[in-house]
Design a protein around this ligand. Structure first.
Ligand code: GLP
Length: 241
């Protein structure tokens, strides 16, 4: 595991360097995209590089990590809409090149299986972007998640719903209770994991991720078993290392 500690304002550009060099080297890359605030600066940097003519995503395919269950198709916090707004609508990804778990599926189990199959059919994920929750969750794999888990429905913890209430008018009751998420086992199959975190609220989760014993109670710790992980953090997120 490589841990890169940089000033807060450089986390996005260091992440964009890693994504950019992959996409230039392998234009048909399969990217795994995370939502949440952590990668927003990186996406902004990638959009700028695309607009400057440095980067094309025309042959890239992308898979998002997770999705709330039951949010209406046009809800602004539906992760499909979030990733479009933060990144994919602003670059030249082909129509239908972005896939996400279907939080509106009538048959949730079948939708999860189909999602896993779509990732496999694409040849797997080359580079998976990740954030981390304050309680150590990765995607929506909350503490206690099986470290071998696959894409499935999960119940969000109260802590995650409180953390995400800021996106729902600060009203935790508006935050969905269920989500679909790639499993830890699914995420671990990506060939390179790029985890971004900023701020003191993430310091304990980053400490556990890098230095803690591997435990389902801190799901991020399983990344210690991955062969190619890059963690890009600012000084505050690194303050407990
Ligand atoms: C959210 C998402 C995760 C994200 C994490 C951290 O609930 N499901 O994919 O990485 O929690 O979010 P943020 O980057 O906003 O702190």
């Amino acid at each position: 595991m490589e841990v890169v500690i940089v000033p807060t304002e450089r986390v996005g550009s260091v992440g964009a360097d890693i994504v950019g060099s992959l996409v230039r080297r392998r234009p048909e890359s399969v990217l795994g995209l995370a939502t949440g605030s952590s990668p927003v600066a990186m996406y902004a940097d990638l959009i700028r590089r695309h607009r400057d003519g440095e980067l094309s995503f025309a042959d890239v395919r992308a898979f998002t990590l997770d999705e709330y269950v039951g949010l209406p198709a046009d809800h602004p916090q539906r992760y499909r809409n979030v990733i479009a707004r933060d990144f994919t609508d602003h670059v030249d990804l082909a129509p239908n090149a972005v896939h996400g778990p279907d939080g509106l599926a009538a048959d949730i189990a079948a939708a999860c299986t189909a999602y896993e199959q779509a990732i496999e059919d694409a040849g797997g994920v080359d580079l998976q972007v990740l954030g981390i929750g304050t309680d150590g969750h990765v995607a929506f794999n909350e503490p206690g998640s099986s470290l071998a888990s696959r894409t499935r429905i999960k119940t969000l913890t109260r802590q995650t719903r409180l953390d995400n209430a800021r996106f729902f008018g600060d009203d935790v009751e508006q935050v969905p209770v269920h989500c679909l998420t790639q499993g830890i086992g699914t995420i671990m199959e990506a060939r390179h994991l790029l985890l971004l975190a900023t701020g003191r609220a993430k310091a304990e989760a980053i400490h556990q991720l890098v230095e803690g014993p591997v435990s389902a109670m801190w799901p991020g710790t399983v990344l210690q078993f991955h062969r190619h992980v890059t963690v890009v953090v600012d000084d505050a997120a690194a303050s407990r290392l």
